[in-house]
Design a protein around this ligand. Structure first.
Ligand code: SAM
Length: 242
Protein backbone atom coordinates (compact mmCIF):
# COMPACT_ATOMS: atom_id res chain seq x y z
CA UNK A 1 0.00 0.00 0.00
CA UNK A 2 1.13 3.52 -0.73
CA UNK A 3 0.32 6.34 1.69
CA UNK A 4 0.77 10.01 0.91
CA UNK A 5 0.42 12.64 3.61
CA UNK A 6 -0.27 16.24 2.66
CA UNK A 7 0.80 18.39 5.58
CA UNK A 8 2.57 21.54 6.72
CA UNK A 9 4.34 19.56 9.47
CA UNK A 10 5.84 16.30 8.13
CA UNK A 11 8.40 16.25 10.97
CA UNK A 12 5.58 15.27 13.38
CA UNK A 13 5.58 11.78 11.80
CA UNK A 14 9.27 10.93 12.28
CA UNK A 15 9.18 8.76 15.43
CA UNK A 16 5.79 7.34 14.56
CA UNK A 17 7.02 5.92 11.25
CA UNK A 18 10.18 4.36 12.65
CA UNK A 19 8.80 2.78 15.83
CA UNK A 20 7.22 -0.56 16.76
CA UNK A 21 4.82 -2.39 14.42
CA UNK A 22 4.38 0.59 12.09
CA UNK A 23 8.15 1.02 11.73
CA UNK A 24 8.65 -2.71 11.12
CA UNK A 25 5.85 -2.87 8.54
CA UNK A 26 7.38 0.04 6.63
CA UNK A 27 10.87 -1.44 6.71
CA UNK A 28 9.40 -4.73 5.43
CA UNK A 29 7.88 -2.81 2.51
CA UNK A 30 4.22 -3.46 3.44
CA UNK A 31 3.51 0.25 3.33
CA UNK A 32 5.37 3.02 1.59
CA UNK A 33 4.84 6.48 3.06
CA UNK A 34 5.63 9.77 1.35
CA UNK A 35 5.04 13.38 2.36
CA UNK A 36 4.00 16.39 0.38
CA UNK A 37 4.78 19.74 1.95
CA UNK A 38 1.74 21.89 1.12
CA UNK A 39 3.82 25.06 1.51
CA UNK A 40 5.88 24.04 -1.54
CA UNK A 41 2.78 24.79 -3.63
CA UNK A 42 2.35 28.38 -2.40
CA UNK A 43 3.29 30.80 -5.15
CA UNK A 44 3.64 34.11 -3.35
CA UNK A 45 6.92 35.53 -2.10
CA UNK A 46 6.25 34.60 1.52
CA UNK A 47 4.86 31.16 0.68
CA UNK A 48 1.53 31.88 2.41
CA UNK A 49 -0.75 28.88 2.74
CA UNK A 50 -3.43 30.56 4.86
CA UNK A 51 -5.40 33.76 5.13
CA UNK A 52 -8.01 35.33 7.40
CA UNK A 53 -11.58 34.05 7.15
CA UNK A 54 -14.12 35.86 5.01
CA UNK A 55 -16.81 37.36 7.26
CA UNK A 56 -14.33 37.89 10.08
CA UNK A 57 -13.42 35.79 13.08
CA UNK A 58 -10.38 34.40 14.78
CA UNK A 59 -7.58 32.33 13.23
CA UNK A 60 -6.42 31.58 9.73
CA UNK A 61 -7.95 29.34 7.08
CA UNK A 62 -5.85 27.20 4.72
CA UNK A 63 -6.20 28.39 1.13
CA UNK A 64 -7.70 26.36 -1.72
CA UNK A 65 -4.93 26.78 -4.32
CA UNK A 66 -1.84 25.39 -2.52
CA UNK A 67 -3.86 22.53 -1.01
CA UNK A 68 -5.47 21.47 -4.29
CA UNK A 69 -2.24 21.85 -6.26
CA UNK A 70 -0.53 19.61 -3.67
CA UNK A 71 -3.36 17.09 -3.92
CA UNK A 72 -3.35 17.07 -7.73
CA UNK A 73 0.41 16.51 -7.76
CA UNK A 74 -0.06 13.05 -6.19
CA UNK A 75 -3.61 11.96 -7.00
CA UNK A 76 -3.86 8.91 -9.30
CA UNK A 77 -6.81 6.89 -10.52
CA UNK A 78 -6.42 4.40 -7.67
CA UNK A 79 -6.03 7.05 -4.94
CA UNK A 80 -8.48 7.44 -2.08
CA UNK A 81 -8.36 10.83 -0.37
CA UNK A 82 -9.21 11.23 3.30
CA UNK A 83 -9.65 14.77 4.57
CA UNK A 84 -9.08 15.01 8.31
CA UNK A 85 -11.89 17.01 9.90
CA UNK A 86 -13.69 17.14 13.26
CA UNK A 87 -16.86 17.45 11.15
CA UNK A 88 -16.16 14.21 9.25
CA UNK A 89 -17.76 10.81 9.63
CA UNK A 90 -16.55 8.86 12.64
CA UNK A 91 -13.51 6.64 12.12
CA UNK A 92 -14.00 3.02 13.22
CA UNK A 93 -12.41 -0.44 13.00
CA UNK A 94 -14.77 -1.18 10.10
CA UNK A 95 -13.38 1.87 8.26
CA UNK A 96 -9.81 0.73 9.04
CA UNK A 97 -10.50 -2.58 7.25
CA UNK A 98 -12.02 -0.69 4.32
CA UNK A 99 -8.98 1.61 4.00
CA UNK A 100 -6.55 -1.33 4.37
CA UNK A 101 -7.89 -2.66 1.05
CA UNK A 102 -7.02 0.55 -0.86
CA UNK A 103 -3.95 0.80 -3.11
CA UNK A 104 -3.18 4.42 -2.35
CA UNK A 105 -4.41 6.44 0.61
CA UNK A 106 -3.95 10.20 0.67
CA UNK A 107 -4.26 11.99 4.02
CA UNK A 108 -5.07 15.67 3.82
CA UNK A 109 -4.18 17.39 7.10
CA UNK A 110 -5.69 20.75 7.94
CA UNK A 111 -4.18 23.11 10.49
CA UNK A 112 -4.99 26.47 12.13
CA UNK A 113 -8.75 27.18 11.72
CA UNK A 114 -8.96 24.37 9.17
CA UNK A 115 -9.29 24.13 5.39
CA UNK A 116 -11.29 26.35 3.06
CA UNK A 117 -14.66 24.57 2.74
CA UNK A 118 -14.35 24.40 -1.08
CA UNK A 119 -11.62 21.76 -0.70
CA UNK A 120 -13.98 19.16 0.79
CA UNK A 121 -15.52 18.08 -2.51
CA UNK A 122 -12.12 16.94 -3.80
CA UNK A 123 -11.81 14.34 -1.03
CA UNK A 124 -13.44 10.90 -1.14
CA UNK A 125 -14.28 11.16 2.55
CA UNK A 126 -14.03 13.60 5.45
CA UNK A 127 -13.04 11.65 8.55
CA UNK A 128 -13.11 12.51 12.25
CA UNK A 129 -11.29 10.55 14.95
CA UNK A 130 -13.61 11.80 17.70
CA UNK A 131 -15.74 14.58 19.05
CA UNK A 132 -12.96 16.94 20.06
CA UNK A 133 -10.78 19.46 18.26
CA UNK A 134 -7.05 18.98 17.75
CA UNK A 135 -4.53 21.52 16.51
CA UNK A 136 -4.10 19.80 13.18
CA UNK A 137 -4.90 16.74 11.09
CA UNK A 138 -1.47 15.16 11.66
CA UNK A 139 -2.42 13.22 14.82
CA UNK A 140 -5.71 12.00 13.28
CA UNK A 141 -3.75 10.87 10.20
CA UNK A 142 -1.31 8.96 12.43
CA UNK A 143 -4.19 7.35 14.35
CA UNK A 144 -5.79 6.13 11.13
CA UNK A 145 -2.47 5.08 9.56
CA UNK A 146 -1.58 3.06 12.67
CA UNK A 147 -4.85 1.14 12.70
CA UNK A 148 -4.69 0.54 8.92
CA UNK A 149 -1.02 -0.51 8.75
CA UNK A 150 -1.40 -3.14 11.51
CA UNK A 151 -4.16 -4.75 9.43
CA UNK A 152 -1.93 -5.22 6.38
CA UNK A 153 -1.06 -8.86 5.77
CA UNK A 154 2.35 -9.62 7.29
CA UNK A 155 2.24 -6.68 9.70
CA UNK A 156 1.35 -8.65 12.83
CA UNK A 157 0.86 -12.35 13.51
CA UNK A 158 -1.86 -13.78 11.28
CA UNK A 159 -5.14 -14.10 13.19
CA UNK A 160 -4.08 -11.95 16.15
CA UNK A 161 -6.45 -9.10 15.27
CA UNK A 162 -9.51 -11.31 14.85
CA UNK A 163 -10.66 -11.37 18.46
CA UNK A 164 -9.66 -7.82 19.27
CA UNK A 165 -12.06 -5.19 20.54
CA UNK A 166 -14.41 -3.80 17.87
CA UNK A 167 -13.64 -6.55 15.35
CA UNK A 168 -17.02 -8.22 15.85
CA UNK A 169 -18.84 -5.31 17.48
CA UNK A 170 -17.79 -6.41 20.98
CA UNK A 171 -14.92 -5.60 23.35
CA UNK A 172 -12.18 -8.17 23.77
CA UNK A 173 -12.24 -10.52 26.79
CA UNK A 174 -9.72 -9.76 29.59
CA UNK A 175 -6.16 -10.96 28.94
CA UNK A 176 -3.63 -12.09 31.57
CA UNK A 177 0.02 -13.17 31.59
CA UNK A 178 2.61 -14.40 34.13
CA UNK A 179 2.60 -14.52 37.10
CA UNK A 180 -0.61 -16.48 37.70
CA UNK A 181 -0.68 -15.05 41.24
CA UNK A 182 0.43 -11.47 41.84
CA UNK A 183 0.42 -10.80 45.58
CA UNK A 184 -2.79 -12.80 45.96
CA UNK A 185 -4.46 -11.35 42.85
CA UNK A 186 -5.06 -14.52 40.85
CA UNK A 187 -5.73 -15.22 37.19
CA UNK A 188 -9.10 -16.99 36.67
CA UNK A 189 -8.61 -20.77 37.20
CA UNK A 190 -10.20 -21.65 33.86
CA UNK A 191 -7.30 -20.04 31.96
CA UNK A 192 -4.84 -22.41 33.65
CA UNK A 193 -7.00 -25.50 33.06
CA UNK A 194 -5.75 -26.36 29.58
CA UNK A 195 -9.38 -27.05 28.57
CA UNK A 196 -9.56 -25.14 25.28
CA UNK A 197 -13.29 -25.54 24.78
CA UNK A 198 -14.04 -24.16 28.26
CA UNK A 199 -11.52 -21.33 27.79
CA UNK A 200 -13.19 -20.38 24.51
CA UNK A 201 -16.62 -20.36 26.17
CA UNK A 202 -15.29 -18.28 29.09
CA UNK A 203 -13.77 -15.75 26.68
CA UNK A 204 -16.99 -15.39 24.69
CA UNK A 205 -18.95 -14.85 27.91
CA UNK A 206 -16.44 -12.31 29.27
CA UNK A 207 -16.47 -10.42 25.99
CA UNK A 208 -20.28 -10.20 26.15
CA UNK A 209 -20.39 -9.21 29.84
CA UNK A 210 -17.64 -6.62 29.46
CA UNK A 211 -19.33 -5.02 26.45
CA UNK A 212 -22.71 -5.01 28.21
CA UNK A 213 -21.18 -3.30 31.24
CA UNK A 214 -18.73 -0.86 29.63
CA UNK A 215 -20.31 -0.14 26.26
CA UNK A 216 -24.08 -0.70 26.48
CA UNK A 217 -24.40 1.24 23.19
CA UNK A 218 -22.34 -1.41 21.36
CA UNK A 219 -24.08 -4.27 23.14
CA UNK A 220 -27.52 -2.95 22.12
CA UNK A 221 -26.44 -2.96 18.45
CA UNK A 222 -24.80 -6.39 18.56
CA UNK A 223 -26.77 -9.30 17.08
CA UNK A 224 -26.01 -12.34 19.24
CA UNK A 225 -24.88 -15.45 17.40
CA UNK A 226 -26.59 -18.74 18.36
CA UNK A 227 -23.49 -19.71 20.35
CA UNK A 228 -23.32 -16.35 22.18
CA UNK A 229 -27.03 -16.54 23.00
CA UNK A 230 -26.61 -20.04 24.44
CA UNK A 231 -23.58 -19.04 26.55
CA UNK A 232 -25.28 -15.92 27.90
CA UNK A 233 -28.51 -17.79 28.74
CA UNK A 234 -26.54 -20.49 30.59
CA UNK A 235 -24.70 -17.79 32.58
CA UNK A 236 -27.93 -15.99 33.48
CA UNK A 237 -29.58 -19.23 34.57
CA UNK A 238 -26.60 -19.98 36.83
CA UNK A 239 -26.78 -16.46 38.27
CA UNK A 240 -30.49 -16.80 39.01
CA UNK A 241 -29.94 -20.11 40.77
CA UNK A 242 -27.32 -18.60 43.13
N1 SAM B 1 -12.29 25.21 13.02
C1 SAM B 1 -12.45 23.80 12.89
C2 SAM B 1 -13.78 23.36 13.48
O1 SAM B 1 -14.26 24.00 14.42
O2 SAM B 1 -14.34 22.35 13.02
C3 SAM B 1 -11.34 23.07 13.64
C4 SAM B 1 -10.03 23.15 12.94
S1 SAM B 1 -8.77 22.24 13.73
C5 SAM B 1 -8.16 23.39 14.90
C6 SAM B 1 -7.52 22.17 12.53
C7 SAM B 1 -7.45 20.87 11.74
O3 SAM B 1 -7.21 19.79 12.63
C8 SAM B 1 -8.69 20.47 10.98
O4 SAM B 1 -8.75 21.11 9.72
C9 SAM B 1 -8.51 18.97 10.83
O5 SAM B 1 -7.68 18.65 9.74
C10 SAM B 1 -7.78 18.61 12.13
N2 SAM B 1 -8.64 18.04 13.19
C11 SAM B 1 -8.89 18.58 14.40
N3 SAM B 1 -9.66 17.78 15.14
C12 SAM B 1 -9.91 16.67 14.41
C13 SAM B 1 -10.64 15.48 14.64
N4 SAM B 1 -11.30 15.27 15.78
N5 SAM B 1 -10.67 14.55 13.66
C14 SAM B 1 -10.02 14.74 12.50
N6 SAM B 1 -9.31 15.87 12.21
C15 SAM B 1 -9.25 16.83 13.16
Amino acid sequence: MKITVLTLFPEMFNDFLSTSIVGRSISRGLAEVEFVQIRDFAHDRYRHVDDSPFGGGAGMVMKVQPVLDALNSVKQENSYTLLMSPAGTAFSQKKAHEYARKDHLIFLCGHYEGLDHRIEKYADECVSIGDYVLTGGELPAMVIMDSVIRLLRGSITEGSTEEESHENGLLEYPQYTQPADYNGDKVPDILLSGNHAKIREWRILQSLLLTREKRPDLFAKHVLSKEEEKILKKYEKEQNEK
